[in-house]
Design a protein around this ligand. Structure first.
Ligand code: GLP
Length: 236
């Protein structure tokens, strides 16, 4: 594992964007696993700048996102599809039809999860998976549990996750209670993992996840078993 502590969110964003751009430049038709949350916003803005400057070309890239809230359609401005469209996909030259986000409105989320995993497999797996980390150690929306779940699956969100994500909604009551998330199978099969975390309040969970016991109670701790993980952390 490569654990990089940087001095500012701007530095974190530039470093993360550089790594993603390097991946795309090395393999123009790569599969990027992408994430939402506050942490990747600066990375996505920087990628848009690099793309506009001609330093990276997304025209052959395919993306698969980690997760989506149950009950939200892609035109809902709180959905992760909407987030990705507005913060990255519309700002770079990726083909819209090559961007995938799990559906939050499937009648059969378990079957939908199987299809999402089959899609990832048919793409040849993920070359680089970008992750954030929740305060409870979740990655994607893999919440603390008694076991790690391999498949893309529906999940009930923890109260702490609902609290943390309430800032994006008009009120806490508006935060969906369920989500669909990529499981640990596809994440751990990614050839490279890049986890970014920003803020003093992430320090404790990062220590637990990367230097503590490997346990499904701290879902990100499974990444200790991954052969190629880079963590970029900014306290500020
Ligand atoms: C959400 C997302 C996660 C993300 C987490 C942390 O819960 N589902 O994928 O890692 O938020 O977000 P932030 O980066 O805003 O702290």
């Amino acid at each position: 594992m490569h654990f990089i502590t940087v001095k500012s969110y701007d530095e974190l964003s530039r470093r993360a964007a550089n790594l993603i751009a390097a991946q795309v430049n090395i393999k123009p038709n790569c599969v990027l696993g992408l994430a939402t949350g506050s942490s990747p916003l600066g990375t996505y803005a920087r990628l848009a700048e690099l793309c506009a400057a001609g330093d990276v070309d997304f025209s052959a890239v395919t993306s698969v996102n980690l997760d989506e809230y149950v009950g939200l359609t892609g035109d809902n401005d709180q959905s992760y599809r909407y987030f990705m469209d507005h913060n990255l996909f519309s700002k770079v030259n990726i083909r819209p039809e090559a961007t995938y986000v799990p559906s939050g409105v499937s009648a059969d989320p378990v079957e939908e999860g199987k299809q999402y995993d089959a899609l990832i497999e048919s793409l040849g797996g993920i070359d680089l998976q970008l992750l954030g980390i929740g305060l409870d150690g979740h990655i994607g929306f893999n919440e603390p549990d008694d076991c790690f779940t391999k498949e893309t699956h529906p999940v009930a969100l923890d109260e702490s996750t609902i609290d943390a994500n309430a800032r994006f909604f008009a009120s806490r009551d508006d935060v969906p209670r369920q989500a669909v998330t990529m499981g640990m199978g596809a994440i751990m099969a990614a050839r490279k993992v890049l986890l970014i975390a920003n803020g003093q309040n992430k320090k404790e969970i990062l220590e637990k996840a990367f230097f503590g016991p490997i346990t499904p109670q701290v879902p990100a701790s499974i990444l200790q078993l991954h052969p190629d993980v880079t963590v970029i952390f900014s306290e500020n």
